[in-house]
Structures are given as structure tokens and as C-alpha cells.
Ligand binder design. Structure first.
Ligand code: FES
Ligand code: FE2
Length: 370
């Protein structure tokens, strides 16, 4: 290792189906409202019924394609604005076709608008995007999700949460490997109160395989994370441990614990279209409940980082426009390589209907300067 030539690696930008994805911040959809959203190139209409339950439908009427967000929602059914077909918002089943006469025997309840399992979790509305099934042209019931939407792990009853979101004009692959890339820190995330590029130093981190992903093992952080710097003000530095997981298709979990204090975040990079993704950082913590400016400070630091990443990827998109050759080097880009290998292994397993073969055979130590 280390002697390998840099590998040419073409991100395929393939968007993985069969997973839950964050669709919209929950506070953007009030009761009885409809909102547009786009996931994996699929236009959706997201809404909330009078009891507060969210739903997700494909934003195209199965009759002749009228966007359903143009329709009227009566609290139970959504009525298409073109010919008035009505659909149950929670399963997409057609309830009424107004043009049918009494002697016309079309079975209305066999027709479905595209419908997606929908859940609210930690301030976001999630939708489950199933593997594409053979299109029954409006006669297929929706696929159910194999499990609940991902949640942030919390370690006490009382905590606060906040979220940040930013869109980036790059494919899901570049969004994700940009998130896990340790080497851009000194160049992109400079700030006088944070670090300069001269603070670059050698680091060594241990990684291990976990189901569908990999973990940067629990360690005392070297100092480069925002909550860590704040946490050090509260707790004895030696008691602080941090664990960072990446799990397919797009989940990055970071958990920092110091005695009774904890900070936990779930960051996702969501494919919107082939050339566009969105980063959503949702954090929960019990650190600063008695300190009035704590959350604002944390949010300020995160917002700054996310904006620096967003701006960088916006510029990168210019370079990527004409398909340049790219290379990934050891060890700094190894997590990116694992991401591509995991993705390939997942697709392979699904194609052959066999359990996924994990690309890592055991723990690995990586070294880099950042
Ligand atoms: S297009 Fe929706 S009812 Fe005709
Ligand atoms: Fe970054």
C-alpha cells in the first residue's frame, strides 16, 4: 500500500434506490399544505394531513401527467386539477374518476398514483425510494420500506437540535467524497479562529468495517472538529471520544461524548438529480443548555464550514464539466475508494440477490497530513 499508482476512478453518479432519503425540512410543510421536492430525479409532492402526518406522492397524475401539487387537497384525498381524479394521499389509491357514468365498470381502486413511504424524523421528512419495480402503468401498489427511517442517536432525555442545509451543483458521488475527504481541511476551512494552513500535521486514524459502511473508531479527537473545540471548554480533554461512521447510501454519523455531555449529528448528502445534491446536517446535543449563545455559536461554525464546502464544490463543478480524468491517492482518498467499493458491492449483491460482500476485510490504519 502507498506504492500503488494513483487509481483512475470515474464516479458513476449512480443514485442508489432501496433507501430512505431526506426530502424536506419538516418545518417547510404545514398541515394541509403541499410542497414540491425532488429526490433521485423523481419529482415528488410532499404534504401533511390535518393530523400532521406527512405523505409523499409522485408529482405526476397517473392519468395524463398533470403535476399533483397543482391539485386540491381536502385533508384526505388529493384531487388532480385536470380531470378531477382523486387519490388517497397515504397510499396513492384512486378514489374517484368523475367522468365515469354509472354503467361504466372501470375499477377505480385498482389505479394508483405513485406513492412513497414517508416518515418524519429529527426535523426532516424522509421518503423511501424503492428499487424501480416493473411499471404497472398506474396499477402497482406502492412498495413498503424494509425498516424505519434513520434517526440521530441521543443519549439523554433532554437535548436540543438544529439543522443546516445547502445545495451543491455536483453529483452525489462528489458530494459524498467531498464530505469524507480529510485533506481539503487546511485549504478550504481556514479561519483565524479555527486554523491556518500552517497547522497541517500528520494524523493517524483507525478504521473498521461496519454493515454497509465503515467506522473511524472511537478515539480522542486530534482537535479538528467544531463541537470538539467547544466541548473542550466543558470537559477534561482526555475523556472526550468521537466516533464517525459512514453508511450507504449517504449517511455520516458523528458522535462525541464526554462524561454526561454528548453531541450527535447525522449528515446526509441527498441526490436531487444526476448533477445536483444537497447536504443536510442535523445535530442534537445536551452541551449548552445552560449557556445562551452555545447553539448559535455551534450553528455559526457549522454554517461557515458548510458554506465553504458548498462554494468549493460549485467551483469544482466547473472543472468537472468536461469529464476530466480523476485520481484517488492513498491514504487520504482511501475512504473515497471504500465508498465506491461499497456502492459497487451493494449493486452487485442486489443484481445477484446474494448478501453484500464487504470490501474491507478488517481494521485498517490510515495516515495523512491535514
Ligand atoms: S391528468 Fe389528472 S385527472 Fe387527468
Ligand atoms: Fe469540508
Amino acid at each position: 500500500m502507498g506504492l500503488d499508482l494513483p487509481q483512475l476512478q470515474a464516479p458513476d453518479s449512480l443514485m442508489l434506490t432501496g433507501f430512505w432519503y431526506r426530502a424536506l425540512p419538516a418545518d417547510r410543510v404545514q398541515r394541509n399544505q403541499l410542497r414540491k421536492a425532488m429526490l433521485l430525479g423523481i419529482p415528488l409532492v410532499i404534504g401533511r394531513d390535518p393530523r400532521g402526518h406527512a405523505f409523499a406522492l409522485r408529482d405526476a397524475c397517473p392519468h395524463r401527467g398533470m403535476p399533483l401539487h397543482c391539485g386540491r387537497f381536502d385533508g384526505e384525498n388529493l384531487e388532480c386539477s385536470y380531470h378531477g381524479w382523486q387519490f388517497d394521499v397515504h397510499n396513492g389509491q384512486c378514489q374517484l374518476i368523475p367522468s365515469l357514468t354509472a354503467d361504466q365498470k372501470l375499477k377505480v381502486d385498482r389505479i394508483y398514483a405513485g406513492s412513497y413511504p414517508c416518515e418524519e424524523q429529527d426535523g426532516f421528512i424522509w421518503a423511501y425510494i424503492p428499487d424501480p419495480s416493473p411499471q404497472g402503468a398506474g396499477f402497482t401498489q406502492r412498495a413498503e420500506a424494509p425498516g424505519p427511517a434513520p434517526q440521530i442517536e441521543k443519549f439523554s432525555a433532554k437535548y436540543k437540535t438544529a439543522y443546516l442545509t445547502a445545495e451543491m451543483p455536483v453529483s452525489i458521488d462528489h458530494g459524498i467524497i467531498g464530505l469524507m475527504d480529510p485533506a481539503h481541511g487546511p485549504f478550504v476551512h481556514q479561519a483565524w479562529w479555527w486554523r491556518s494552513r500552517h497547522s497541517i500535521h500528520e494524523k493517524q486514524k483507525n478504521f473498521e468495517p461496519i454493515p454497509n459502511g465503515f467506522r473511524m473508531s472511537a478515539h480522542t479527537p486530534s482537535s479538528n472538529s467544531a463541537p470538539y473545540k467547544l466541548l473542550r471548554l466543558y470537559a477534561d480533554a482526555d475523556s472526550i471520544t468521537t466516533t464517525i461512521d459512514f453508511v450507504l447510501p449517504n449517511l455520516r454519523t458523528e458522535i462525541i461524548r464526554a462524561g454526561k455531555y454528548w453531541f450527535s449529528s447525522l449528515t446526509t448528502v441527498t441526490p436531487i438529480t444526476r448533477n445536483q445534491c444537497r447536504i443536510d446536517v442535523v445535530a442534537a446535543w445536551n452541551l449548552f443548555r445552560w449557556l445562551p449563545f452555545g447553539p448559535e455559536l455551534l450553528k455559526f461554525v457549522f454554517a461557515k464550514f458548510v458554506e465553504q464546502d458548498r462554494r468549493t464544490m460549485e467551483l469544482q463543478a466547473e472543472g468537472l464539466q468536461y469529464n476530466p480524468h480523476l485520481m484517488l491517492i492513498d491514504d487520504a482518498d482511501r475512504p473515497a475508494k471504500w465508498y465506491f467499493q461499497l456502492k459497487a458491492a451493494y449493486l452487485e449483491a442486489r443484481r445477484n440477490r446474494v448478501p453484500m460482500k464487504h470490501p474491507m476485510s478488517g481494521p485498517v490504519t490510515l495516515k495523512w497530513r491535514s
